[in-house]
Design a binder for this molecule. Structure first.
Ligand code: FES
Length: 87
């Protein structure tokens, strides 16, 4: 698992291996718009303030994956212990 911190409020949430970021945020009342929930539509695209995303989507370009400043939080995870999102 890893920790997600919301950059705007400072709230943080532990993301266990069997849950997605979107699922854990929704459980805590933070609803991020989604559609496909499979990493293909781009609806849940979210800015990354710090930490390296582990991209699992099929939507972003190779360049966007490499830059690491945006991610699809319905499927993608984190390479680092902590990920700070622009939420
Ligand atoms: Fe479609 Fe995340 S909801 S890419």
């Amino acid at each position: 698992g890893f920790r997600v911190v919301l950059g705007r409020s400072g709230r943080s949430f532990e993301i266990p291996p069997d849950r997605t970021i979107v699922e854990v945020l929704a459980e805590n009342g933070i609803v991020v718009p989604t559609s496909c929930e499979q990493g293909v539509c781009g609806t849940c695209q979210t800015g990354v303030i710090s930490g390296r995303p582990e991209h699992r989507d099929l939507f972003l370009s190779d360049e966007e994956h490499a830059a690491g400043d945006t991610m699809l939080i319905c499927v993608s995870r984190s390479l680092d212990r902590e990920l700070v999102l622009d939420l």
